[in-house]
Design a binder for this molecule. Structure first.
Ligand SMILES: NC(=O)c1ccc[n+]([C@@H]2O[C@H](COP(=O)([O-])OP(=O)(O)OC[C@H]3O[C@@H](n4cnc5c(N)ncnc54)[C@H](O)[C@@H]3O)[C@@H](O)[C@H]2O)c1
Length: 333
C-alpha cells in the first residue's frame, strides 16, 4: 500500500485526495497546506495527517508526493521532494520560472527519481484515440490542428497573482497535447492576448482571452483559442485535419451526439466544468504514477522534460503577445 502525501488542499488537491483515498493501492499519509484549515478539512474528509510545512510531508513514512499547491510554490516543493528522494507528480506548470523548472528537470535526472507531470488530458480516451489515429495515418498528411479551450468561469485575481497566467495554466496543457499527439516541437509561434473578462488582470500583466498560432517542423499549422469564460459550460474541442480526413473530439467524455432541428443545432453533452469533462483522467494518471513508483519505471508518465517544453512554449506565447511579434524557436526547443 503506497503512502501518498498531497501538497496543496485547494481545488485540484481535493480531487487528488478523493482519488487517493479510494485507490486500492494507496492511502493518504499527509495533507500539507500553508493554510491549516484547508489541510485539516481535507484530512478529516479523506484521511491522512494535516501538516503545514513540506518538510513534514516527505518523511520516511511517505512513498510519493502529489504537488497540487499554487504554481508559485511548485519549485520549492519539488526541490524538497528531490532532497528527500521522494517520487512526485507535479501539477503544471513545473515551476513559476523556466530556470527553476530546468534545474528541477536536471536534478531529477541526476537523482534518477521517478517524477512526472500531471498532464491529465493524455489519459482522456478521445485525445489518446486521436493520437493513435494520426499515427496510423487515418487522416493522411496532417495539415492543421485547431484547439478551443474555454473554461466556464475565470479564476480570481488572487489566484492569477500566484499562477502561470492563461498561457501557463491553460496553455501548457494544450501545448503539451499538440507535442504529444504529433511528436513534434513547434518551430515558430505568434500569440495575442487581452483582458476582456476581468480588466484588472491587465494591471498584473495577465490576460484572460488569447489566441496562439504555431508552425510545426512538418509544416502543420496549429491554432489555439483560449478563454476563461464560457457562459454555457466547459467548452473544449480539438480538430486535426489532414489530406484524407478530419478527427474531432466531442464535448462529453462519452456518448456525445448532435441534434439537428428546425430551431437549430444543439450539442448534448456539454459538461458544466473541466472537472466533469476530465474526472476519469485524474484517476488514470494516479494509476500510472503509482505504477511508476512501484516499478521504478516511467512508461506512460508525462515527463518533467515535457513539462519544461510546454512551459517554454507558454513563456514564448506570453512574450509574443506582449511584444506583438512572432517568436522563432530554436531547433533544440
Ligand atoms: N490538471 C488540472 O486539470 C488542474 C486543474 C486545476 C489546477 N491545476 C493546477 O494545480 C495547482 C493548484 O491549483 P488550484 O486550482 O488547486 O489552486 P487553489 O488556489 O485552489 O489551491 C492551492 C492551495 O495550495 C496552497 N499552498 C500555496 N502554497 C503552498 C505551499 N508552499 N505549501 C503547501 N500549500 C501551499 C494554498 O494555500 C491553497 O490551499 C496549480 O498549479 C494549477 O495550475 C491543475
Amino acid at each position: 500500500m503506497l503512502r501518498i502525501s498531497i501538497v496543496g488542499a485547494g481545488a485540484i488537491g481535493r480531487i487528488h485526495a478523493h482519488n487517493v483515498a479510494r485507490h486500492n493501492g494507496a492511502r493518504l499519509a499527509y495533507i500539507c497546506d500553508v493554510n491549516p484549515e484547508a489541510a485539516s478539512a481535507l484530512a478529516s474528509e479523506h484521511g491522512g495527517r494535516a501538516v503545514g510545512s513540506i518538510g513534514d510531508a516527505v518523511g520516511d513514512d511517505v512513498d510519493g508526493v502529489i504537488i497540487a499547491s499554487s504554481t508559485a510554490s511548485h519549485g520549492d516543493v519539488a526541490n524538497a521532494c528531490i532532497a528527500a528522494g521522494k517520487p512526485f507528480l507535479c501539477e503544471k506548470p513545473l515551476a513559476s520560472d523556466l530556470s527553476t523548472a530546468a534545474k528541477i528537470v536536471e536534478s531529477v535526472r541526476a537523482a534518477n527519481l521517478v517524477a512526472g507531470m500531471a498532464f491529465n488530458r493524455r489519459f482522456d480516451p478521445q485525445y489518446a484515440g486521436i493520437k493513435t489515429a494520426v499515427a496510423n495515418g487515418e487522416i493522411g498528411k496532417m495539415e492543421c490542428i485547431l484547439i478551443t479551450s474555454r473554461t466556464a468561469s475565470a479564476p480570481t485575481l488572487d489566484f492569477i497573482k500566484t499562477s502561470g497566467g492563461l498561457f501557463g495554466e491553460k496553455g501548457s496543457h494544450f501545448y503539451d497535447l499538440v507535442r504529444w499527439i504529433t511528436g513534434e516541437h513547434p518551430i515558430e509561434l505568434f500569440a495575442m492576448g487581452a483582458a476582456l473578462i476581468n480588466p484588472s488582470f491587465a494591471d498584473v500583466g495577465e490576460v484572460d482571452t488569447a489566441m496562439t498560432s504555431m508552425r510545426l517542423p512538418s509544416g502543420t499549422l496549429c491554432q489555439f483559442d483560449f478563454s476563461w469564460r464560457a457562459a454555457y459550460g466547459q467548452d473544449e474541442r480539438l480538430e486535426v485535419c489532414g489530406s484524407k480526413g478530419m478527427l474531432q473530439t466531442q464535448q462529453a467524455p462519452s456518448g456525445p451526439f448532435t441534434r439537428f432541428a428546425a430551431s437549430g443545432m444543439t450539442h448534448s453533452g456539454l459538461m458544466p466544468t473541466w472537472f466533469e469533462r476530465f474526472e476519469e483522467t485524474y484517476k488514470v494518471e494516479l494509476d500510472v504514477f503509482f505504477e511508476a513508483i512501484a516499478s521504478e519505471g516511467r512508461d506512460g508518465l508525462p515527463t518533467l522534460a515535457d513539462g519544461l517544453a510546454a512551459q517554454q512554449l507558454a513563456d514564448m506565447a506570453k512574450q509574443s503577445a506582449r511584444d506583438g511579434a512572432p517568436v522563432l524557436i530554436p531547433a533544440s526547443g
